[in-house]
Write a protein that binds this ligand. Structure first.
Ligand code: SF4
Length: 64
């Protein structure tokens, strides 16, 4: 998995962090930090969940 964040869309509400805290971390200033931009298969379900809960559609993934 490779994760891309569209920073122009991300509004830093942290829904992704709530469902996938090992991958996403919203900083105090509201910027989203990717803890891992290529998480293992064990994180796939959490990342898919994050995509579905992100209110702005800022998260996308590619296989590989
Ligand atoms: S849920 Fe979406 S908008 Fe919110 S911090 Fe995560 S990527 Fe950004």
């Amino acid at each position: 998995l490779r994760i891309c964040i569209d920073k122009a869309r991300c509004i830093g509400v942290g829904m992704c962090e709530a469902v996938a805290p090992e991958v996403f971390a919203v900083q105090p200033d509201g910027n989203l930090e990717l803890l891992s931009d290529s998480p293992g298969a064990d994180q796939r379900a959490a990342v898919e969940e994050a995509i579905s809960v992100c209110p702005t559609g800022a998260i996308s993934v590619q296989d590989g």
